[in-house]
Design a protein around this ligand. Structure first.
Ligand code: TXA
Ligand code: MG
Length: 353
């Protein structure tokens, strides 16, 4: 067991001494968790194969699922990618720093382990002063998957990281709760037209407006499990975002969803299960279950995204056996929320009219 150092930092103006301590770990091949605008990442020197291997081990992440490489300037993208198409340049200009990850052809500089042997690399520039300053101080691009144990919901606070990874990593930079709450959008530019492999903090609508032609990978909008062979992004193949409790997702028009959720609460209770409901402000008072939590107002999908992973972890902390979750509109950030909920449910989805 390692001793994991917890370093509280000012999220806007991170203290230089603390950043230097964290950067020293990265330079020596160590592992440091840090906040981004989406979720916390677990960072290692992307160009040091031993460090990246340790990253996979600490997270218990399968070696075939590569992390995103984080940069603090666009020059590094030209070192990491073999070619940078003009579409990528336009996207970087418009959406960086921010929650958009670009999949490009990789260069020779990148170690195989960092890209899990693929011929592409996923890169992004986070919009968070702590993340940007850490990359800068470390003097290298930083490979950083979300800082959770593989399969668990991504961490949106330093405490979540601590709960999953204490004793397994060198340090955690605690910059408070993250702002967006779901991960970045992963956009594959190695295919034509560009394809969204994971919906996230940058909306499909915004990318469509900018690019004209952009598609959702079929698995992104999937409401059932599709054949593994269709997965273009390794992350699509793995179990993800799952709380310990079994999750049932109810989708449809609001009134019918509420009625169905009530029915499911009753039927689960008959089995003696401790039942939690993941509701919204507009509906929470209508349920009687062991635990009822609200994601926020249905009219504010940004708040819903912000609260999602944290509430899933809270249900586990309260020892709930079953979570019955209401679906939300799959538009804007709601597409990312629904994608995470569908996957967290293992596609255990009940559709109503
Ligand atoms: O917001 C985020 O993206 C956060 C923060 C920390 O930046 N990071 C994050 O990383 O969510 P991670 O490793 O948990 O998710 C990376 C996703 C995975 O689904 C992975 O399969 C995919 O990106 N990915 C990475 N490299 C890829 C590649 N070359 N081609 C296709 N997908 C790739
Ligand atoms: Mg992850």
């Amino acid at each position: 067991m390692k001793k994991t150092l917890m370093l509280k930092v000012n999220p806007q103006k991170p203290e230089i001494q603390k950043l230097q301590i964290a950067a020293e770990f990265i330079k020596k091949g160590g592992l440091v968790a840090f906040p981004t605008e989406t979720v916390y990442g677990l960072g290692a020197d992307a160009l040091n194969p031993k460090a990246v291997l340790a990253l996979f081990k600490a997270k218990k992440r399968p070696l075939d699922n590569p992390p995103i490489v984080h940069v603090e300037n666009t020059r590094d993208v030209y070192r990491l990618a073999k070619t940078v198409p003009s579409k990528a340049e336009g996207l970087m200009e418009k959406f960086w720093p921010g929650p958009l990850t670009l999949v490009l052809e990789r260069s020779e500089l990148v170690p195989d382990v960092t890209v899990a042997g693929l011929d592409t690399i996923a890169v992004r520039m986070p919009k968070h002063n702590v993340a940007l300053a850490l990359i800068n101080q470390s003097g290298c691009p930083i490979a950083a998957p979300s800082a959770n144990l593989a399969g668990k919901p991504s961490p949106t606070t330093a405490e979540h990281v601590f709960d999953d990874l204490n004793g397994r990593i060198d340090a955690i930079l605690d910059g408070g709760p993250t702002c967006i709450g779901v991960e970045s959008t992963v956009l594959d530019l190695s295919v034509k037209p560009p394809q969204i492999l994971r919906p996230g903090g940058t909306s499909f609508e915004a990318l469509k407006e900018f690019l004209g032609d952009v598609r959702l990978h079929p698995l992104v909008a999937a409401e059932r499990e599709l054949a593994v062979a269709e997965a273009r992004s390794p992350g699509m193949r793995h179990k993800h975002y799952a709380p310990n409790a079994k999750l049932i997702l109810v989708e449809g028009s609001l009134e019918n969803v509420v009625e169905k959720v009530k029915e499911l609460i009753e039927s689960c209770r008959v089995n003696g299960s401790k039942v939690g409901v993941l509701a919204t402000d507009e509906t929470a008072s209508r349920y009687k279950a062991d635990v009822v939590k609200s994601l926020g107002s249905r009219f504010n999908l940004a708040i819903i995204a912000q609260n999602l992973f944290s509430l899933l972890r809270e249900f586990d902390a309260e020892g709930v056996d079953v979570i019955v979750a209401e679906g939300v509109p799959a538009e804007g950030l709601g597409l990312a929320v629904m994608n995470r909920l569908r996957r967290a449910s293992g596609y255990n989805i009940v559709k109503v009219k």
